[in-house]
Design a protein around this ligand. Structure first.
Ligand SMILES: *[C@@H]1O[C@H](CO)[C@@H](O)[C@H](O)[C@H]1NC(C)=O
Ligand SMILES: *[C@@H]1O[C@H](CO)[C@@H](O)[C@H](O)[C@H]1NC(C)=O
Ligand SMILES: *[C@@H]1O[C@H](CO)[C@@H](O)[C@H](O)[C@H]1NC(C)=O
Ligand SMILES: *[C@@H]1O[C@H](CO)[C@@H](O)[C@H](O)[C@H]1NC(C)=O
Ligand SMILES: *[C@@H]1O[C@H](CO)[C@@H](O)[C@H](O)[C@H]1NC(C)=O
Length: 153
């Protein structure tokens, strides 16, 4: 009987230890609209959520551009990681659309191999759709058509 109790306590302890880090990390990333007028919103889900520092992640991005068409081989999906002050962390991810999509049409696009930079404790994730802007002072490199941001703390 004593042996049985010991095994049970050990088992319970193992369960607690395994569950603890999982609960600490249990925070689904929530994306909200960017503070710009005339820019559409998007729904974003990630396979690894929250993302793991210096691994890669997969993003599903869906939405409906209300003003403009998405142009095949031209319109870009971009993903930026930033510090809470807005400064960029590492390189940004960019992927060109492989199909044209008319304004007012629901679409989903997958970015399946997005490298995650070395992440600080708090950071922002920006997901953007737009057409290339050659103005070097534009930090997003595109004219924004859609944009959402998540504040991960
Ligand atoms: C992303 O979309 C694909 C295809 O629609 C689906 O199989 C996958 O489960 C989605 N992933 C997430 C994280 O929503
Ligand atoms: C995001 O998903 C919700 C729930 O499915 C939907 O009501 C909303 O219209 C979607 N937003 C966009 C921009 O697609
Ligand atoms: C799109 O880009 C691919 C690869 O760069 C090229 O093969 C294809 O011809 C392009 N299509 C159009 C419509 O420009
Ligand atoms: C675009 O790429 C996705 C995968 O990234 C693929 O599922 C889809 O069939 C492609 N569409 C076209 C028109 O090539
Ligand atoms: C996309 O947005 C337009 C304008 O708001 C709306 O009329 C249309 O019904 C939407 N389409 C879908 C598929 O949500």
């Amino acid at each position: 009987m004593k042996k049985f109790i010991f095994a049970f306590i050990l088992f319970a302890l193992l369960l607690t230890v395994n569950a603890a880090p999982f609960q600490l990390n249990k925070r689904a990333t929530t994306f909200g609209s960017c503070p710009y007028p005339y820019v559409d919103s998007l729904n974003v889900t990630m396979v690894t959520d929250p993302p793991k520092s210096e691994k890669s992640d997969s993003f599903n991005v869906s939405g409906n551009l209300t003003q403009v068409d998405i142009t095949k081989n031209q319109t870009l999906l971009e993903i930026f990681y930033c510090n809470p002050d807005g400064s960029q962390i590492g390189d940004y991810y960019s992927q060109v659309f492989n199909e044209s999509i008319k304004a007012g049409t629901q679409f989903t696009v997958t970015a399946s191999d997005v490298p995650t930079p070395k992440l600080p404790d708090s950071y922002l994730i920006l997901v953007i759709i737009g057409d290339k802007d050659n103005d070097p002072s534009n930090p997003y490199h595109v004219v924004l058509y859609a944009c959402v941001v998540a504040d991960v703390v």
